[in-house]
Design a protein around this ligand. Structure first.
Ligand SMILES: NC(=O)c1ccc[n+]([C@@H]2O[C@H](COP(=O)([O-])OP(=O)(O)OC[C@H]3O[C@@H](n4cnc5c(N)ncnc54)[C@H](O)[C@@H]3O)[C@@H](O)[C@H]2O)c1
Length: 253
């Protein structure tokens, strides 16, 4: 049977790479995003709809549409995330903290909450959460992001325990720094906060991995395809890091 895959924040970056990778496996793919323009530029075979992942009414409406059009859902990729503010702790704005948690954590929770009854009814399904290596280490100047990505792992482990008896698996992927426009913005903000150059921050992160380089979105997407597949049928409750092995999570030079 053709697998039905939903990816939140799937209009760019890692999400769109996941969408392409799942289409290549023959799956039907639906992505959501807040960027209506980018949703008009999706790869062939991918359908899209606007939904803010932190808005429960919008998410409920979108899952109702999925139920009506697909009758079920095999794979959820709760992928939405924003970088949040980059600032010293004492300068960290509460509003930016809340916004970061709303998209990264509330968004993952709402996706899982509304996918759960669909998957429970069919007694099968896979939920994949995009965390980050920030969810495994601390992240100086990025307190809200690190806190949100740790929390996503707690959510994932709970989902895996609660829904395992219903035939549903849950795992998290923890990417390191992934090449693309988003990570350039992250490096620029971090360079400003730390008084470093963009190049020093970027090269520091690359040198801080055992493989000495940053990942590409396709590296994350291929792990998502594997974790969603029957080849991973006994893998649940795990955080799988795709980062070239971070050996220094906080480059200072
Ligand atoms: N890029 C990296 O280096 C990196 C590293 C680790 C983890 N991650 C995580 O991977 C995920 C994807 O990141 P990316 O690098 O592809 O980002 P990106 O900035 O390239 O794309 C993010 C997408 O999310 C959408 N979006 C933003 N807010 C949204 C909301 N409220 N509801 C729905 N969609 C929304 C944007 O419109 C955009 O299309 C995020 O959870 C991010 O935290 C990224």
């Amino acid at each position: 049977m053709t697998r039905r895959v939903l990816i939140t924040a799937g209009a760019s970056g890692i999400g769109v790479a996941m969408a392409k990778a799942f289409v290549e496996t023959g799956a039907e793919v639906w992505v959501t995003d807040i960027d209506a323009q980018r949703l008009t530029e999706l790869p062939t075979g991918v359908r899209g709809s606007v939904a803010d992942t932190s808005d429960e009414a919008a998410m409920a409406d979108m899952f109702n549409r999925i139920k009506a059009q697909w009758g079920g859902l095999d794979v959820l990729c709760a992928n939405a995330g924003i970088k949040g503010p980059t600032a010293a702790l004492e300068e960290m704005p509460l509003e930016g903290w809340r916004e970061c948690l709303a998209v990264n954590l509330d968004g993952a929770f709402l996706a899982a909450k509304h996918a759960a009854p669909i998957m429970k009814a069919q007694r099968s399904g896979v939920m994949l959460f995009t965390s980050s290596t920030a969810g495994l280490y601390g992240f100086p100047y990025r307190a809200p992001y690190a806190a949100a990505k740790w929390a996503v792992i707690g959510l994932m482990k709970t989902v895996a325990m609660e829904l395992g008896p219903h035939g549903i698996r849950a795992n998290a992927i923890a990417p390191g720094s992934v090449n693309g426009p988003r990570i350039d913005r992250v490096f620029e903000a971090e360079a400003a906060a730390k008084g470093m150059t963009y190049e020093a921050v970027r090269d520091g992160y690359a040198a801080g991995t055992a493989l000495g380089r940053l990942s590409d979105p396709e590296d994350i997407a291929s792990m998502a395809v594997f974790l969603a597949s029957d080849a991973a049928r006994m893998v649940s409750g795990q955080v799988i890091t795709v980062d070239g092995f971070t050996i220094n999570p906080d480059p200072k030079v």
